[in-house]
Design a protein. Sequence first.
Length: 279
Amino acid sequence: MAEAYIYDAVRTPRGKGKANGSLHEQTSLQLATQVLEAIRDRNNLDTSKVDDVYMGCLSPIGEQGGNLPRIAVLNAGYAQTVAGVQVERFCASGLEACNIAAAKVKSGEAELAIGAGCESMSRVPMGSTGGSWATDPSIAMKSYFTPQGVAADAIATKYGFSRTDLDSYAVQSQQRAAQAWKENRFKKSIVPVKDQLGVTLLDRDEFMRPETTLQSLGALEPSFKMQGEVMPGFDGVIQQRYPEIEKIDHVHHAGNSSGIVDGAAGVLIGSRKWAKRLA
């Protein structure tokens, strides 16, 4: 079996996934297009040699659906022969897209592929797809469906992670992000997002809060307590499935949970023979 090599990795800055975020006016297509253009230009890439583009995208609906990577390939001016595959594995969608690209190269089915991810959470909010798991009682009840936030609280409770544990890690994460930017560690990978006139909209992660402290996080209310305890009472659903959990400790909040952001990223993956061509 052949080896798969990473030849380039780029991403846009992360914009706040809200209407006042810097990337809100950029569609997912535009974000994905700029990442593909950067991969092509940075590597002087003959795009006809790219076998496929695998792109993870949660909520593939509306302007974010319809095989977004194939549309982005065309919009970025890649060769007509380059295909595109849209991948959805919830929050692991982008990672799985890279896994698929690497597996294709390792198996010999592809010589050069791109694994990518793209999502505009400000334009296509979570839950937009209205999937059956949350809305169809015939599957929701027998599978003990529980929203992600309440489930995260249950996991923390089951495995002994306290609010202090989570808040301490969140503070450390913010400090590490700020330090990384200060030391220009993302200099080679960040692709500034520009509008149609070429004006830079965002060239730095917008979601960082380096001023975060344990004290400031301690003032935040749990985000999923009401959903778990009162309406519709998902704590009870969790306890039916995991009766060993006597009481769920709601420890997640806006300051220690994953951010709601807009952005895109891409990884150029190929076989060993591309080492000299892309050097």
